[in-house]
Structure formats: structure tokens, C-alpha cells
Design a protein around this ligand. Structure first.
Ligand code: C5P
Length: 227
């Protein structure tokens, strides 16, 4: 039942890697005029910059000190958020496959999760956002008006990600993408801090056999009554 909130609605979109969340979130943001908050980008930015400063990605202590004065500049763009550090744009650099692994590692650590959570809540304060990630509906925005959980077979997800990488001219073996994805999934599902789970009351959608446009239309039907 739609509830009138003083702020605009919050829509959460969670699910495993490669389920098609970013593509879907971008399209929904455009069609419904929402701000697209890609939480994975924050984990990627932390991993990239911590690595640049030759930090140990698995040391909670080192990362806590690093984050205390890490200033990430965030501005909304038409394709999602634009991220910069000291005026240096890192929006493209965080997409490198090597950064995916680092992001998945730093995302297991509580200080990093708390840092990301604070930034996401601040950005979402006015509402009218679609927040995409692993723990958006369970941990970051448990009060969200609409929660969607998007899934697809691991094989299908790996193949989609592989095709995406091919299109960007990145040569990588399909098996490597499959195994990296399986490992990241396992880490996301089994970690102690905010593991990937289906949020209570979420609308579950397995898009294995659907074309992306059908999924967009289904989601619009689910979200629109709450806007
Ligand atoms: O979504 P994306 O693949 O860009 O996220 C990078 C990594 O960040 C994921 O592999 C996941 O481990 C982590 N992540 C997370 N919680 C989120 C979003 C991403 O743990 N809400």
C-alpha cells in the first residue's frame, strides 16, 4: 500500500553480480526521473584509491585511517554518479576487472561498509532515488518504499558480463569471468557484515529468460504507484 512520505520514495535494487542491476537501474532512473545511486561504485572507489596509495586492502586498521581523510567527490551524471578524487575523474577507472576483486575484498570489512552507508544515506536524503547493490533493502534503506531483488543463473550472468567486457575491447576468458563471479557471489553471501540476502517484502525477479526491456516494464509497474 503506497504511503505518503515527506521525502520522495526510495527504491532499492539488490542482487548478485551480473544480474543486470546496473542496466536496469539506469533505465528505471531515466524513465522515472530518479537519482541512480550505485553503491558498488563506492566500494570500487575505495579499493582503487587504497590500492593506489599502496594500502593493504585487507587491513581494517589501515583502511580506517585511510578513510578518515579520503574525500570522494560525487556528482550525479546522466549515466549514474561521476566520481573524482582531488579533481581526478575515476568514473571509468573503477570499472576495470582488477578493481572488482579489490572491491569485493574491502566490502567484507565493517569500517568500509559504514563509510559507504553514511555517504549513501546522505545522498538519498531527499528521496526519489533508486539505490542498487547488495544490502540496499536489508541494511542501508530498510525503510524503502519499494524493494526489488534481481537474480539470474550464474552461467547467464557470467556470459553477459563477458560480452560486456568483450564489447569494451577487454580480452578475458569466459571461464575466468565465471570463476571470478562465483567467488565474489560466495563472498557476498557468506560474509558476516551485511551479506547479500533477499530483503523482507522484496519483489523477486529472476530475469534469466527475459529480455531487458520486459524487465524494465515489469519494474515500472511495481514502482510507479509509490512515486
Ligand atoms: O556491484 P559491483 O559489482 O560494482 O560491486 C563491487 C563489489 O562491491 C561487489 O562485488 C560486492 O562485493 C561489493 N558490494 C557490496 N555491497 C553493495 C554493493 C557492492 O558489498 N551494496
Amino acid at each position: 500500500m503506497p504511503i505518503n512520505h515527506p521525502r520522495g520514495a526510495i527504491v532499492t535494487l539488490d542482487g548478485p553480480a551480473g544480474a543486470g542491476k546496473s542496466t536496469l537501474a539506469k533505465k528505471l532512473a531515466q524513465r522515472l526521473n530518479l537519482l541512480y545511486l550505485e553503491s558498488g561504485a563506492f566500494y570500487r572507489a575505495v579499493a582503487l584509491e587504497a590500492h593506489r596509495r599502496s594500502g593493504e586492502l585487507l587491513s581494517s586498521e589501515w583502511l580506517t585511517t585511510f578513510l578518515a581523510d579520503f574525500e570522494l567527490q560525487v556528482s550525479p551524471g546522466s549515466q549514474g554518479l561521476k566520481l573524482a578524487v582531488n579533481g581526478r575523474d575515476i568514473t571509468a577507472a573503477i570499472r576495470e576487472p582488477a578493481v572488482s576483486e579489490g572491491a569485493s575484498l574491502v566490502a567484507t570489512l565493517r569500517p568500509v561498509r559504514q563509510w559507504v552507508l553514511a555517504r549513501l544515506r546522505q545522498l538519498a536524503a531527499p528521496g526519489r532515488v533508486i539505490a542498487e547493490g547488495r544490502d540496499m533493502g536489508t541494511r542501508v534503506f530498510p525503510e524503502a518504499e519499494v524493494k526489488i531483488f534481481l537474480e539470474a543463473d550464474l552461467k547467464v550472468r557470467a556470459r553477459r558480463r563477458w560480452l560486456e567486457l568483450q564489447a569494451q575491447g577487454k580480452t578475458i576468458h569466459l571461464d575466468t569471468v565465471y570463476h571470478d563471479m562465483a567467488l565474489r557471489d560466495q563472498r557476498d553471501r557468506e560474509r558476516r557484515e551485511d551479506p547479500l540476502q533477499v530483503p523482507e517484502g522484496a519483489y523477486r525477479l529472476d530475469n534469466t529468460g527475459y529480455d531487458p526491456e520486459q524487465v524494465v516494464e515489469i519494474c515500472i509497474t511495481v514502482i510507479e504507484p509509490y512515486l
